[in-house]
Design a protein around this ligand. Sequence first.
Ligand code: FAD
Length: 502
Amino acid sequence: MSDRHIENIVIVGGGTAGWMAAAAFAKVLGSQVSVRLVESEAIGTVGVGEATVPHLKLFNDLLGVGDVEFVRNTSGTFKLGIQFNDWGRLGDSYIHGFGSLGHKVGLLPFHQYWIKARQKGIAADLGAYAIHTAAAPRGKFMTSAQDAPAHSPLADIPYAYHFDAGSYARFLRGYAEKRGVQRTEGRVAEVRQHAESGFVESVVLESGETIAGDLFIDCSGFRGLLIEQTLKTGYIDYTHWLPCDRAVAVGCESAGDPPPFTRATARKAGWQWRIPLQHRIGNGYVYASPHLSDDEAAATLLAHLDGKPLGDPRVLRFVTGMRRKFWNKNVVALGLSSGFMEPLESTSIFLIQSGIARLLNLFPRAGFSPVLIDEYNAQAQFEFERIRDFLILHYKLTERDDSAFWNDCRTMSIPDTLREKIELFRDSGRFFRTAEEMFAEVSWVQVMIGQGLMPRSYHPLVDQLPEADLRQLMDGAAKVIDSCVGLMPPHQAFIDRHCAVK
Ligand code: FAD
């Protein structure tokens, strides 16, 4: 490939990935490049993907899109975390919240004191000590209070969203087209490559139109039109660790006010999601096909809806895993074409966002430098694998033995990187985030404890605090959280006031 500047970017696919990429390139790269996006209405988009992590706010901030505009345009709601039901054992429930836990005492994180207090019987459930996990089940929500004192839990309330994926893609399309992105409707029928280098030179549409480019972004979904069907990049399969390979999805009518959290309820051969939007609820059952038929999955899903279904359940098939390379020659795969991990922690859209940010960070000045490509792939692989470990954690730490699926999960072997984290935490509640992995200590701690992994011991410095002070620390922290939650408005009232769909 020549050393010429990258002037023409072609995005194949107009789902969430394609339009997020188009909007970000238009905003950041501006007139330095021309961006064309090809999408086929006949093929359509995957039509799911509606729960997020707090990072999406940063993406919207980059575009200059505020909460009110975003939430109104996507019938969105707010999300403080994910409620996991029946995961550790049938009847268990915990929330993985997005904020901090208690407060740091000296050198140690709060959970170290909590372990000792719990052993002594003077601590409530971990969820009582974080504003997210205490507010979510009470249906309360607000964004950070500007006038709250810096140390108040109300001063820092990170949050994510639930949103309608189709509306978001349409919104981003409008945003991108206004900034010069050219959209072409049509099905790519052929991909042309350079005879020697194998670099993609152009895509040819069924209409006969040829679209040439310097850099191609594969956002074509599971089929991976460029990255796999053309470049044969290869796929690393995670099915032995993340065994679910299908989902059946259906929307239903809203039932009451939307809670500010996603729900993930473990079922016989997988788990069911519930994502509340302003105008409907998104639902799906993610399952392992060797353990459950499509009909059984659909019947279970329909039996556990809170409102009338808004259509027939739709089955989606996938293989959990990632591409061997995310950037191969002059093709970068974003979204489902780059790999897939089930939406248990709502990480797919985050991975699109971080892929876009990584590409912009490593954007070549001229030509395609192997060091930039290698760095991109190394970072992306690291990110995928650490999220993979976090997801496996939920399955591995189950005590359920009521189905073959859960027996397999409980007894499966796991990656060494995960085993080491579990053992360290089991020993004395210690956790160390590896480099810039996505999920921080507070997330891991909530899920490990939530799934029933109680450390045997705690950090020796905890013993410096007399027991009466420990009791006071726990009581005081829970009281502060409780009174802060009391000041928060109901989630629905917050939406009505600021960003209800008109
Ligand atoms: P798609 O939406 O499939 O878009 C592919 C695009 O490529 C379409 O526009 C299509 O027309 C086009 N295309 C394909 N072939 C051609 C061709 N030959 N010519 C022209 N155009 C073509 N993520 C989350 O973050 N949170 C969630 O809660 C969540 N839930 C999920 C649940 C399930 C069951 C699944 C499967 C995924 C979920 N995801 C979730 C992932 C999320 O849906 C995707 O990451 C996101 O929608 C991006 O999809 P995409 O744009 O890569 O692909």
